[in-house]
Design a protein around this ligand. Sequence first.
Ligand code: GUN
Length: 296
Amino acid sequence: MTATVIDGKAFAAKVRGLVQAQVANLIEVQGITPGLAVVLVGEDPASQVYVRNKHASTIEVGMASFEHRLTVDTSEAVLLALIHRLNADPAVHGILVQLPLPGHLNSELIINTIDPAKDVDGFHISNVGLLGTGQKSMVPCTPLGCLMMLRDHHGSLSGLNAVVVGRSNIVGKPMAQLLLGDSCTVTIAHSRTKDLAAVCRGADILVAAVGRPEMITGDFVKPGATVIDVGINRIERDGKTKLVGDVHYASAAAVAGAITPVPGGVGPMTIACLLANTLTACCRANGLPEPVGLTA
Ligand code: GUN
């Protein structure tokens, strides 16, 4: 079998188009412009690239973008004061504090100071609890993007066996909750799972978010299964730096029914879902109906 390639780049463009159309409508009909504030502390090169991309995408869909760049030695008190200001600012509907933060800052305290209604990352403990109990919440962007691609490919996910490899708070755990919400039978596996290959072979939907380059090979994949690769790993091969996922693409694609590539799979969906979440937060803040096709 040769797997269908799930084109995350094209799907993300479609999601951004949906966001853009609904933003234009909000501005025209309600006179409301959704706004996203991104806070970057320090000069981590990877974070700078992410923040630049977020800014450009936010502007592109017609939203307001507020960037706050703080020096690496910024105190916790100063950062907390900024978050309180953004919480109180009616032009700001979404707040994202770029992680990782410098070591002297308490990330949990910072994230839990964001107004949960503006927590477009879905990392605030209130949103984690709401998602875990099946209530309306802000949902972390990467798992939301995976869910959208799975729904698009399968239609209903009801009754399917899903295995999520990885137990992080950012991807693995919320992914499992979302799949459970769509009535999958869900297993969370991880690097210490006994006979991981056999567990994975039981999956109709296999989500790899373990952070180990090319760990999931074709012998982990049930014939015809859908494989979602969340991994983004930089490796050296043949003297060149290469981007690979947590899935060994060639061997998995030979067995799977559908698969996301790296790059061009899950990656582009993350920023698209950040924009979707900002629009959702804006609609909720203004008592308007939820945006169409952009929520869990
Ligand atoms: N750093 C890398 N990815 C993310 C993300 O999705 N959200 C935040 N806040 N920081 C990140």
